[in-house]
Design a protein around this ligand. Sequence first.
Ligand code: KIV
Length: 272
Amino acid sequence: MSVAKKEYKRVTVKSLVEMKQNGEKISMLTSYDYSMAKIVDAANVDVILVGDSASNVIAGHETTLPITLDQMIYHASSVVRAAKRALVVVDIPFGSYQSDSKEALRSAIRIMKESGAHAVKVEGGMEIKDSVKRILQAGIPVMGHLGLTPQSIYKFGTYTVRAKEEREAAKLKEDAKKLEELGCFGIVLEKIPAKLAQEVAESVSIPIIGIGAGGGVDGQVLVVHDLLGMTHEFNPRFLRRYMNLYEEMSNAISKYVDDVKSRDFPSTEEQY
Ligand code: KIV
């Protein structure tokens, strides 16, 4: 279904709710640096997520746990400088909001003040409700994240699909309702059955953005390195690759090495 799109000079949390109401799907993509964010923003992506997946794709860690608040702020401030249209949402990293709500607020304030971002994202439901409430009370927009929450990977043990069983699905539905009630402006649902994700999207008025959660939700998010095919060894079923940048970059760089070795580069036209 094609939907008449409203032009947004700057996407806000209110615009996202409006998009849901108008049946316009929301596009969200990660970025961690200025150059990538400039391209993503110019392509009219609605929301740029400075995800703690930077811990994986930028720093090379196995999980998202090691990335620090200072590192997230550094990535976020680079992205904010590039984003002229998109709403910039920043993950509060593991260990910066779970111990108590005061710490959560302090972390959210640092992100907003030092990076200039527009909103924060946190993983979890009822367990972190006090933190969510406190951040919201300070006037900072909060996005939730349910389903597969990578900061809890050691509790889950694997990155497989979550909430396939009724008990977990029921808790997820309750958590989504609770996050809406608290005042979150949207929720990411990661790697859960499509039917459940659609049910959640239909049960709340705030936008539900899916990753591996099917097409029945209000928008989609991917890690930009995955979409571009830079992380060629990562092949989950939900991922659609739009190019094979790993191969294209490898070929270009190998050609450069050959050209340097063979003295083809630089040519006389490429020097002063
Ligand atoms: O950190 C991240 O990139 C995320 C997305 C996968 C939603 O949280």
